[in-house]
Design a protein around this ligand. Structure first.
Ligand code: PHE
Length: 392
């Protein structure tokens, strides 16, 4: 589907709320829903900043759907501290300046108790300093770059980080696939991609492997033939592509067209149905790491998948699972804090311990990162299938 079609579809569905236009979607509250947020009565506002449109629209949309499902379930059970939740979402359109803007407005105008977002590490790195300065807790559902939570003590995440994800895939390449020479193709406009390329390289070389070629692109590029041609002549047995789904799909097609038959390997940024619509058969035999495999789910995860399907008529991806967990972890911390006061909520988030989430148990370490398992998926017949699970 074209981006414009997708956008109008989203608008028609009332999903979008957006960027500079300052439009937002309220969940039933209307304009008299004020008085929530950091206040100690009324609805508790969770401010969500997300790429609802643009090149990474799947990230924002899947996360937002799941976050709204979580709020619906929390409210149906009576809410927390006798108060209901409300999600207010602002679209970042995948843009850094919009991300910063969104967080400012979610705090200053919408009076959010906590911020959920972003997915993309580069955008979380734009939003986090604002939440930190205003001392409003932020929980990124799925940003995996280590720098995100290093912004400060109000910044958390509910996913693993890239040094671990990169190492898992490097050892998978080296020990399971028994590869000696791998090429790297990274997005130099993306903090996530740069960090994950580096993590893979270090671990692969440490395990005795060689990097046969290093190539790069910039988010939004559509022609990858020069890079793929260079990689082809390097003798690489696989290509490590730690990017986002749109470019990865196009890279896979380019590789197939140029007769490069080696598998592509990647990380969580591949996680979108559009990966398969863009990349098609060219992705068969490739592998990527993720946070969650719908076909290998715990009972809690199975229930989440069923609820999500019932509400939206489609399967969630890892993004949705983490968005759901992000909201639930915030709600759990508010319950334990007995308050929505920012400092008390921050402290409760920091002491999150063995919380049973859809994507696994969550315990915050001293750097506000949980240690979690990495799932490896294999692409076959245009679908990602569970391959293995690696514990920290
Ligand atoms: N981990 C990616 C980042 O930090 C975002 C992402 C998470 C994308 C999960 C897809 C699935 O930028």
């Amino acid at each position: 589907m074209h981006r414009r079609q997708l956008f109008s579809l989203a608008v028609a569905a009332g999903i979008v709320i957006s960027g500079s236009a300052c439009k937002k979607k309220d969940e039933g509250g209307g304009s008299d829903a004020k008085g929530g947020g950091k206040a100690d009565k009324g609805e508790i506002i969770i401010g969500h900043y997300a790429s609802m449109t643009g090149n990474t629209a799947h990230f924002g949309q899947d996360t937002d759907k799941a976050a709204r499902l979580a709020v619906e379930q929390l409210n149906a059970a009576g809410g927390v501290l006798g108060r209901k939740f409300k999600i207010v979402t602002f679209d970042t359109r995948g843009d850094g300046a919009e991300a910063a803007n969104a967080v400012t407005r979610l705090i200053d105008v919408e009076n959010s108790t906590a911020i959920l977002g972003e997915v993309a590490s580069s955008l979380s790195l734009q939003g986090a300093p604002i939440a930190q300065r205003r001392k409003v807790p932020m929980v990124s559902p799925s940003s995996t770059n280590p720098k995100v939570t290093q912004v400060g003590d109000y910044i958390f995440r509910v996913c693993y980080i890239d040094p671990f994800q990169g190492k898992v895939m490097a050892l998978f390449a080296r020990r399971t696939l028994k590869l000696d020479k791998v090429a790297i193709l990274k997005d130099v406009k993306n903090d996530y991609s740069i960090g994950l390329a580096d993590a893979f390289q270090k671990a692969f070389v440490a395990a005795g492997g060689t990097i046969a070629a290093e190539q790069s692109y910039s988010a939004g590029d559509t022609d990858f033939s020069a890079q793929v041609t260079a990689i082809k002549s390097s003798g690489a047995q696989a290509i490590w592509v730690p990017g986002y789904y749109a470019e990865v799909g196009a890279i896979a097609r380019t590789a197939a067209r140029l007769g490069v038959k080696v598998p592509l390997l990647g990380g969580d940024g591949w996680d979108a149905p559009e990966l398969f619509t863009i990349g098609g058969d060219a992705l068969n035999g490739s592998y990527f790491s993720n946070h969650f495999a719908p076909d290998q789910a715990s009972p809690l995860a199975q229930k989440f998948v069923a609820d999500f399907k019932a509400k939206y008529g489609q399967e969630p991806t890892g993004l949705g699972a983490l968005g759901y967990d992000g909201v639930m972890v915030i709600a759990d911390a508010i319950r334990r804090a007995g308050s929505t006061a920012p400092a008390a909520l921050r402290d409760a988030l920091a002491t999150t311990k063995a919380y049973e989430a859809v994507t696994g148990k969550i315990t915050m370490d001293k750097d506000r990162n949980p240690e979690k398992s990495v799932v490896v998926l294999k692409i076959d017949g245009g679908k990602a299938k569970y391959e293995s699970l690696v514990n920290p």
